[in-house]
Design a protein around this ligand. Structure first.
Ligand code: SAH
Length: 524
């Protein structure tokens, strides 16, 4: 790269970032840093769209395609676009599947930037050739039998008259051979390799969409793998591997043996809240994708806002502050600390939380929680408050605008003085930047999870808006009775309801539902 800053009129920079093979957890910390300051992001089908969430909301996100069949933009056009956007002074991130310098044409993109005298940086990534195979339980080298690794491409420029693949040297090279691209030419390639001397019995495997929820593996030998791939309609993107290391998979197959492996599960929560459920399901092997149904927004209505500010100012005047959702906690304390610089402004108010998620959020603001009911529903919370006694006590209920008023009315019936105050709005989320809605429409899901009544409402509205019905094969999981009653009200069938009404309880219910060895029951 040329180091002559004076020749650069504007200070644009382009980061060529390896997105890893698919699992967002394999993205690098440096990659995430670059994305978080991107003004323009260019991505293609191999870089997981979920990573786009790390880019600023207002960053320009350009899909530049590139799958074997359709090129949204040609490589030359991509190079030109990178140069143009960087020249314009932007912070540009080019997200590339796996590692940018392994068969990703990252070298050409870097060359184009260098030739235009622009600043660029390369952020390596986990390559599918090694990381993808690791998820299939295949180490590319193994001390006892494989001490050399050859990575080659099965995709060649069709206009080439003479193949640049030296089948003879490939076939004769000791150790593991990994092929990227060209799975559709596997028959011709394995035939050539065997003709050139590769043993027909060499263990072989194909791994497609490695490390993602769609990860799938088939195994065979150099002689059988192409036929097996054809029979199973095993299409790109896939990694092919030849060598004794494939046999180690029998013992090392850790990824595909997890309880929810291959189950497509939809999470319908706000983006901010979804992570605990998504992580919980994903760690058990599920193919999780998010359907954003609701979004949390600040209170804008003047009267509501004034009421909110007043209770924040007089927070110390309450005997109890009762939180019924983590969002209520965040909204309340964000405003609280906006106005007060001392946590003691909360006075001696005692704090109640409807469940562990809400409790955890309160603890994040360094307040301990005085009361959490044994079951995490408003009725149970009411019972507990009743035991403590609320007559003539001042109770603040910070909650969602338009939430149900049961708790407020019931507490008033017990003689409490209740301020039932909206502190945030839930709105329908229409932005589909991670592609969840599109994926749901195209291929459906095995299960949809609902963790609140409002997410049921918004999901139902989303389906109706799109003129769709819930497919019959698609199961549903509800976190608890309130969510279930909303589902019944809207005619959304319920496959299971969690016995414990919190996120870990919901995850547990989903696992039990799919555990074929145990008969599933409604209450899981
Ligand atoms: N730079 C990328 C490779 C780009 S070439 C890397 O380092 O991984 C594109 C090829 O990579 C695909 O045709 C396929 O062979 C392979 N590939 C990339 N990601 C993959 C994945 N998640 N699963 C299987 N193959 C993948």
């Amino acid at each position: 790269m040329k180091q002559n800053p004076s020749s650069k009129k504007k200070h644009g920079i382009c980061y060529l970032v390896g997105a890893g093979p698919g699992d967002p957890g394999l993205f690098t910390i440096r990659g995430r840093e670059c994305l978080s300051r991107a003004e323009v992001v260019l991505y293609d089908y191999l870089s997981n769209q979920e990573l786009l969430r790390y880019a600023p909301v207002d960053a320009e996100k350009i899909f530049v395609g590139k799958s074997a069949r359709k090129h949204a933009l040609s490589q030359e056009e991509i190079n030109a676009l990178l140069v143009k956007k960087t020249q314009a002074g932007h912070c540009v991130v080019r997200l590339k599947g796996g590692d940018p310098f392994l068969f990703g044409r990252g070298g050409e993109e870097a060359q184009a930037l260098a030739e235009a005298d622009l600043s660029f940086e390369i952020i390596p990534g986990v390559t599918s050739a090694i990381g993808g195979l690791a998820y299939a339980g295949i180490p590319v080298t193994h001390r006892s039998n494989n001490s050399q690794l050859t990575i080659f491409t099965g995709h060649e420029d069709p206009s080439k008259e003479v193949s640049s693949l030296h089948y003879k040297s490939l076939a004769m090279a000791p150790g593991t051979k990994v092929m990227l691209m060209g799975v559709e030419r596997l028959d011709a390639i394995t035939t050539s390799l065997m003709e050139a001397g590769m043993e027909a019995a060499t263990p072989a495997a194909l791994v497609r969409w490695a490390t993602t929820g769609r990860h799938e593996t088939i195994t065979g030998t150099a002689a059988t793998i192409a036929r097996l791939a054809q029979e199973k309609n095993f299409s790109a993107p896939a990694i092919a591997v030849f060598g004794e290391v494939v046999l180690l998979r029998k013992k090392l197959n850790w990824f595909e043996t997890r309880p929810l492996f291959g189950r497509r599960i939809v999470v319908t929560r706000t983006r901010e809240q979804a992570s605990e459920l998504v992580t919980g399901l994903r760690e058990l092997g599920a193919d999780v994708y998010e359907l954003p149904t609701i979004r949390i927004e600040a209170i804008e209505n003047k009267e509501e806002k004034a009421a909110f500010l007043e209770v924040v100012n007089y927070a110390h005047a309450y005997d109890w502050i009762v939180f019924t959702s983590p969002n209520g906690v965040s909204a309340f304390f964000e405003e609280f600390y906006h106005h007060h610089h001392d946590a003691r402004a909360l006075g001696a108010a005692r704090i109640a939380a409807i469940g562990p998620g809400t409790e955890k959020k309160i603890r994040e603001y360094r307040f301990s929680v005085d009361l959490v009911p044994p079951t995490f529903v408003a009725e149970s919370l009411l019972e507990e408050l009743k035991k403590v006694g609320v007559e003539n006590l001042r109770i603040l209920l910070p909650r969602a605008s338009g939430a149900r008023e049961f708790l407020a009315t019931a507490l008033e019936d017990l003689g409490a003085i209740v301020d039932d105050v909206p502190v945030y709005h839930t709105r329908r989320e229409l932005d589909d930047k991670e592609g969840g809605i599109q994926r749901f429409l195209q291929e459906g899901a095995d299960m949809i999870t609902f963790a609140s009544g409002s997410s049921v409402e918004y999901f139902d509205a989303l389906l109706k808006n799109l003129g769709r019905r819930l497919p019959d094969y698609c199961h549903t999981a509800s976190i608890g009775p309130i969510t279930s009653s909303k589902m019944r009200e809207l005619g959304v069938p319920i496959s299971i309801e969690a016995k414990k009404h919190h996120i870990p309880g919901l995850v547990e219910a989903v696992v039990r539902f799919f555990d074929k060895d145990q008969p599933s029951s409604f209450l899981a």
